[in-house]
Design a protein around this ligand. Structure first.
Ligand code: 13P
Length: 344
């Protein structure tokens, strides 16, 4: 089983490819649809995701896996084909979000800090998702930087839950994406890059310690971290080069080389920034793991806007998605340039 998990993990971070995070919960997709004035209905959610998964060339060439929400893994395309089959036909691996969300962490910081839930019944849910075709899963923990935060209690509770989740995934033959996200957005995000570096390193070290205690096989997992970057509300923003250098340096001191790949979240960065940062990191070379993308917003924002909920815009939405997938595919190889970005 371990060998198979390692093969899936390697496929998820194959050269020039990355992961499409399309696992927005019904609440989150509502926010995205509100921004384009589209109604958050089941057929609209299906049509939107079907549009992305049917962008055949981009999917085949640049997308290694797709993270789905519970509704989507059970959903059929308009012609009756299961959406999972559309994904598989492109060679991408279907994956599933299995956490049930970040909830207030009880204690003195409960207005700020969160702990991710979803362990109850997870073994049974994973067995079902495996039957439905999922070969990897995702669990997102969020760490908030604020005055006096994060607390050790929050870091520890989230790292422990991530490790319990990861061990259950591997038991079920599913590769865990381990996602401890130090937030760069939200009302508290006034911190500079130094503080993000310190907290990201702390969080990653705590997470790998828990993964070790839970006997998680590092060869059969993928890490999904934030980049080391200033908070959106900070007056002191770092250059793209500094973000790339700080991120690689932080990861080198906290992520074992046995981990096959690291697939970043975009976290609120603009599309182009997220691509540029990834490309600069890969261009540095001499890295012990593959570095790629597992973007939600930075892969979808342009496509969502081009589509705007209208069937006549499907081709435009697919063009926008294909472009971002190609740009990020290049970034995963370290060969993206701004002129290629504009040439499209
Ligand atoms: P963003 O790239 O929009 O941060 O989303 C990635 C993700 O899957 C967050 O859990």
């Amino acid at each position: 089983m371990t060998e198979k998990l390692a093969d899936i993990a390697q496929a998820m971070v194959a050269p020039g490819k990355g992961i499409l995070a399309a696992d927005e919960s019904s609440g989150t997709i509502k926010k995205r649809f509100d921004s384009i004035k589209a109604e958050n209905t089941e057929p609209n959610r299906r049509d939107y995701r079907e549009m992305l998964f049917r962008t055949a060339d981009a999917m085949r060439e640049h997308i290694s896996g797709v993270i789905l929400f519970d509704e989507t893994i059970r959903q059929k395309a308009k012609d009756g084909t299961p959406l999972v089959d559309l994904i598989k036909a492109t060679g991408a691996v279907p994956g599933i979000k299995v956490d049930t969300g970040a909830k207030a962490l009880s204690g003195p910081t409960s207005g700020i800090e969160k702990v991710t839930e979803g362990l109850d019944g997870l073994r049974e849910r994973l067995a079902e998702y495996h039957k439905l075709g999922a070969r990897f899963a995702k669990w997102r923990a969020v760490i908030t930087i604020a005055d006096g935060c994060p607390t050790w209690n929050c870091v520890k509770a989230n790292a422990h839950a991530l490790a319990r989740y990861a061990a259950l995934c591997q038991e079920a033959g599913i590769v865990p994406i381990v996602e401890p996200e130090v937030l760069m957005d939200g009302e508290h995000a006034k911190h500079d890059i130094d503080r993000c570096h310190e907290v990201t390193e702390w969080t990653l070290r705590a997470t790998f310690e828990e993964l070790y205690d839970a006997r998680v096989r590092l060869e059969g997992m993928v890490l999904k971290p934030n980049m080391v970057i200033a908070g959106q509300k900070s007056a002191k923003q770092a250059s793209a080069e500094e973000v790339a250098e700080r991120t690689v340096s932080c990861l080198k001191s906290s992520v074992p080389a046995a981990v096959p790949g690291i697939a970043f979240l975009s976290g609120g960065q603009s599309d182009e920034r997220a691509t540029e940062h990834l490309s600069l990191m890969n261009a540095m070379g001499d890295l012990p793991w593959k570095l790629t993308f597992s973007y939600g917003r930075a892969l979808q924002a342009a496509a969502l806007e081009a589509w705007s909920g209208r069937p006549e815009n499907v081709a435009a939405g697919q063009r926008a998605f294909a472009h971002r997938a190609r740009m990020n595919g290049l970034a995963a190889l370290g060969t993206w340039t701004r002129s290629l970005e504009k040439a499209a």
